[in-house]
Write a protein that binds this ligand. Structure first.
Ligand SMILES: Cc1ncc(COP(=O)(O)O)c(C=O)c1O
Length: 335
């Protein structure tokens, strides 16, 4: 057996450049590609006091022939604009942001790892007006930056089944903010997630306020069994994952009957006796859940391992992303 080379942890390495645009006097500046460097930011910047910030995360893949393809960038830009609107931040122009991403990928071409690695793209938007009295006033100035980070296989050590704490008390975010990709939501989920890790040795917390299954701190939740896929229907309480949407589309293509509806913890535990459960997101694609822990009791999902349907769905999406299966839905753009 060959040993895996030691790879940096996800997100810890940036490429040399970043794309930057600023908003002032009602319009966006031309964007620039600059070397990655610390920012010149007022300590009174709106974002530092009132958390006026949102971000995105998506990937570009290198194929065997060396060409580079970005996955569903339009959807991520759409979601970023929706987050900006919800936070009363200036909306990035969709075409300008797409050009910033394309330019950065092109500049970072040599840094895109081979599959199963990828180039992770991270646009961030934040309010920069210098005013510490602006709790109830939107920022009038903002900065839009796109960073790029080479990432390697999330499952380099093998796909381990996840242990998940089912939390039917805490919420991940304020109800109307779940669909907004903003840092405050991650800060809010961190405390419950760390305490669950310490107490129950779990990987993640599945937030189920009032007993309704929502999502984990950074991924959507799926129930899977032969011919059936179930996930929560879209509402403002959770992030509308692009991977979620892609898997639902692929599921339909593969003949699954797909249900998007509200379901509760009892139904999930019942399903888990014979079915499969998984988390979906850009980083992990589709990660199998092996154990659910609810009110002190451990419930194995199926036989406690990553299920075969989860593996097959994941493999199908990865094959499309890496150019090994046809892109029937026009999800990839060559850069
Ligand atoms: C809270 C949360 N839910 C779901 C997802 C999955 O979204 P996507 O599939 O678009 O990466 C993410 C990851 O971005 C997330 O942070």
């Amino acid at each position: 057996m060959t040993s895996q080379p030691q790879r940096p942890a996800f997100g810890t390495v940036l490429t040399s450049h970043m794309a930057v645009a600023t908003y002032k006097d009602g319009h966006w500046s031309r964007s620039e590609l600059n070397p990655v460097a610390p920012l010149n930011l007022s300590p009174a910047a709106h974002v530092l006091h009132y958390s006026s910030t949102c971000f995105e995360g998506f990937k570009a893949f290198r194929r065997k022939d060396g060409s580079i393809h970005v996955f569903r960038m339009d959807r991520h830009i759409q979601r970023m604009r929706q987050s900006a609107r919800q936070l009363v931040l200036p909306e990035p122009d969709a075409q300008q942001l797409a050009e910033m991403v394309r330019g950065l990928i092109d500049k970072s071409r040599d840094a895109v790892p081979e599959a199963p690695g990828a180039l992770y793209l991270r646009p961030i938007l934040f309010g920069t007006s210098a005013n510490i009295g602006a709790a109830a006033t939107p920022t009038t100035e903002a900065m839009l930056i796109v960073l790029a980070s080479p990432v390697w296989d999330y499952f380099a050590g093998g796909m381990k089944p996840l242990r998940i704490l089912v939390d039917d008390v805490n919420t991940r975010s304020a109800a109307q903010m779940g669909m907004v990709k903003t840092g405050g939501n991650y800060a809010a989920a961190l405390g419950p997630t760390l305490s669950a890790r310490a107490k129950h040795q779990v990987d993640q917390v599945l937030f189920c306020p009032g007993g309704e299954v929502q999502e984990t701190g950074a991924a959507n939740f799926f129930l899977i069994r032969q011919g059936e896929l179930l996930t929560r229907s879209l509402d403002a309480t959770f992030l509308h994952g692009v991977t979620r949407d892609s898997l639902l589309t692929l599921g339909r293509d593969m003949g699954y009957s797909v249900s998007e509806r509200v379901f509760n913890v009892q139904e999930m535990l019942e399903w888990a006796r014979t079915g499969e459960a998984a988390l979906s997101g850009t980083a992990a694609v589709l990660a199998g859940v092996g154990t659910l822990i609810h009110r002190g009791t451990e419930y194995p999902v199926g036989n406690g391992d990553v299920g075969p349907l989860t593996r097959a769905l994941r493999a199908q999406l990865v094959a499309i992303q890496q150019g090994d299966a046809p892109d029937r839905h026009g999800w990839l753009e060559q850069i």
